[in-house]
Design a protein around this ligand. Sequence first.
Ligand code: F6P
Length: 488
Amino acid sequence: MNDQQQLLIVSNRGPLRFSVSSDGEVTAKRGGGGLVTALSALTATRPVTWVASALSDDDAAVAERGAYRDGNLTLRLVQHDREEYDRYYNVFANPTLWFVHHYLWSLALEPSVDRNVRLAWEAGYVPVNERFAEAAAEELAEAGPRPLVMVHDYQLFMVPGSLRARVPDAVIHHFTHIPWPQPDYWRVLPVDVRTAIHESMLACDVVGLHTPRYARSFLQCCERFVPNAQVDVRGGEAEFQGRRIRARAYPISVNPDEFERLAAEPAVVDAEPKVLEARPEKLILRVDRTDPSKNVVRGFSAFDLFLSDHPEWAGRVTMLALLDPSRPEIPEYAEYVGAIQRAARAVNDRYYTGDWMPIDLRISDNFPEAVAAYKHYDVLLVNAIFDGMNLIAKEAPLINERDGVLILSENTGAHVELGRYALTVNPFDIQATADAIHEALVMPEQERHQRIEAIRRQVREHDIDRWIRDQLDDLAEVDGVEAPEALR
Ligand code: F6P
């Protein structure tokens, strides 16, 4: 990557959300999510154009006025037809693709690839991706040679192919923030769909994933589904249509300094009493979106088992579940919220004593409260069924004040880096999870301290800047040009 090269980011969710007052005044708020935080480091050092969806009527009103500029950032919001976007987001990307990537379908009964799913692909996912590619190509119209395009996540698998056709000399990078499932599970999707997705991804120069296992899965899928591709799984490369594609692991991370700053913010400090009132002697914490991949219900069942195996802990430990509502329009997600509430109620009905509620379930979008809880847990439970990375496992230990123990699912990307400092659990094994809860609660202080310190070291040494730098270095290799000093 060189200083003349234009840098374009393409993602479904953008870095800013807008509100427009009745007299037309526009206010921009930072968009949510790790992706936005991660990539804003780039806007600090060089001009970046970002193409993202207009997600609300106010976003659309801003889009009507043309690109939005703020310092180094030029934001181009893509407007979508409402129905087309609904098919793309609420049917095909979620749950169809999301459930494939996280192995969530109960295959005996679902999914059925019916007219609705077909329509969601043909008249939702594909055209919305086309619109993104078109907007990206328009933004590159004035670009110099070899513009660099970074496309993000499973919502946009069809962008690389379409963009390559429009801008043949672009350097195209795609990063997938979720697991890449093994080839047999992709066979849930029709042949034409899975082939089209993998062919499009092979239009990239670099394909980024969180772990070497996902990178291998991606290449194995290309080997099975794209007959004309020459794939070298061990070498981490493929050749397709005369081009070389690298598939690499770049484990995403966080900005540790930012979390230390956040921990002292007034909104976080104000939220602390509400967290502390949930803790009798010890606090077990989980922080998740209400996503079926997060395995909240089995987490509650494991806590139930633990309480029945260890009655001496009754009244002394509470599980605080801070859950951010997610994708409410999707029936599978709405049903999952019901299952979470029922499971919590069953445990509470069984053990409630009048002054002790075993599970404190809070479903709301409250980031300051989550950060406050990071400071005060004794045990952090991350038992996801499958999870691309899981940034909670990285960020919470940075600011925890009680040498809290991390219980971590072996099926998270974070487990590759943090597994040896955590208590590892198989997310389906609720007895093992119950045993891990007990082990964490009785772990000697010195061991707890050593483990959390090791996690902090790992995260500090592999922070978000390194995630970006490693990718830019590999992209520079594509181009034969060194990354500029400012980004190293
Ligand atoms: O990391 C996975 C991801 O889907 C991102 O692409 C997305 O920004 C985030 O999770 C939240 O999901 P959504 O945008 O559907 O709310």
